[in-house]
Design a protein around this ligand. Structure first.
Ligand SMILES: Cc1cc2nc3c(=O)[nH]c(=O)nc-3n(C[C@H](O)[C@H](O)[C@H](O)COP(=O)(O)OP(=O)(O)OC[C@H]3O[C@@H](n4cnc5c(N)ncnc54)[C@H](O)[C@@H]3O)c2cc1C
Length: 319
């Protein structure tokens, strides 16, 4: 497995760690293809977190078992969403393959293709020859896919998240809605120790950093009047969501019925669309892979290697 950055990905570590159950995408009471796709996800993740699922995620901390929906008029509702500690999740997933993680970015031009599909990929000092290749490189899929022969476009949807560092820890897991619930949450807040991590609709506006901070400050004061922002510091964080652009460049993501998986020759191209949908992405890949077992590895990896892990934007800066 090759990953050009420290392990944890780009979007994954930037995410808010919410395993959505679809309610966030049906706040106006109308369900959507995406909300239906997400409906089973909290249950599947909880089974894994208990050690009863297809992947053992015991030891990954659950930050919250619920996300509260705060309405504009003071109403409150609870959504069945699990919030996980993403850095711990990444470490847990990396553990079983730690000595086979190559910390290299695969340049698109290192892919050699024949009529039958990809023949090999050069990765640093290695040439990887595999029976099947899986491209799940987020934003990096764009160039890899084209070189591997896929005719699939990618779209980028930028977000401007905000980290609000407070003098003391808080526990707030919330979607704050406006009068027009069909637009999705105006603001989504998760808590990570002393930091609030703020996204949602407010992160989609292209206001400058100062204006963004002013708006988020105002929303926090409006929805959580008891929250003490004295001594808080605010840090703007840019992130980009990478998604298949197959429907149309500006199609509503709520129209997505599933994570995106397509196969060409001996290659898969994948975008989960949501971290929550990773189990479903696995189902779709395995269904197309067929009943073949992976080949016995011809490479022993680097026993004892400890991968370098990335840090989420809300991590306390190193001293
Ligand atoms: C701010 C933000 C908040 C979000 N919050 C949530 C949430 O709360 N819940 C939810 O379900 N979803 C959320 N999402 C969406 C979710 O994070 C993504 O759908 C998911 O993490 C994508 O995972 P990925 O592995 O496809 O991509 P990434 O996490 O981006 O990983 C791709 C990896 O591929 C590597 N790579 C790229 N190019 C190459 C190359 N050429 N060679 C080798 N490696 C390469 C990168 O280094 C990276 O590690 C959020 C997204 C953002 C941006």
């Amino acid at each position: 497995m090759c990953d050009g950055n420290a392990v944890g990905g780009q979007q994954t570590l930037a995410s808010q760690g919410i395993v959505h159950g679809g309610g966030k995408y049906a706040l106006d009471g109308r369900d959507s293809p995406l909300s239906r796709a997400l409906a089973d996800m909290p249950g599947r993740w909880r089974a894994c977190l208990r050690g009863d699922g297809e992947i053992d995620l015991r030891g990954v901390q659950v930050l919250s078992q619920r996300v509260t929906v705060y309405g504009p008029d003071g109403t409150r509702d609870e959504l069945d969403e699990v919030v996980v500690d993403v850095p711990a999740l990444v470490r847990r997933l990396a553990e079983p393959v730690a000595d086979r993680l190559l910390p290299w970015s695969v340049p698109a031009d290192s892919i050699t293709r024949t009529a039958a599909g990809v023949e090999r990929v050069e990765c640093g000092e290695y040439a990887i020859r595999a029976d099947t290749y899986v491209f799940a490189a987020g934003i990096g899929n764009e160039s890899l896919a084209s070189r591997a022969g896929f005719d699939v476009s990618m779209r980028r949807r930028p977000l401007r998240q905000l980290v609000v560092r407070l003098p003391r820890p808080v526990a707030l897991f919330a979607h704050c809605t406006s009068d027009n619930a069909g637009d999705g949450p105006l603001m989504t807040v998760t808590s990570h120790g002393n930091a609030l991590y703020v996204g949602g609709g407010v992160a989609e506006d292209d206001a400058g950093p100062d204006e963004h901070i002013r708006v988020v400050r105002g929303l926090l004061a409006r929805y959580f009047p008891a929250l003490d922002l004295d001594g808080a510091t605010f840090v703007d964080v840019s992130a980009v969501r990478a998604e298949p652009g197959v429907v149309s460049p500006d199609a509503d993501i709520r129209e997505a019925r599933d994570p995106f998986v397509t196969r060409r020759g001996n290659c898969f191209l994948c975008w989960p669309i949501k971290m929550s949908l990773a189990p479903r992405l696995g189902d779709l890949v395995l269904a197309q892979w067929g009943s073949r077992e992976p080949l016995a590895p011809g490479w022993t990896g680097h026993p004892g290697t400890r991968p370098a892990f990335g840090r989420p934007p809300y991590a306390t800066p190193p001293c």
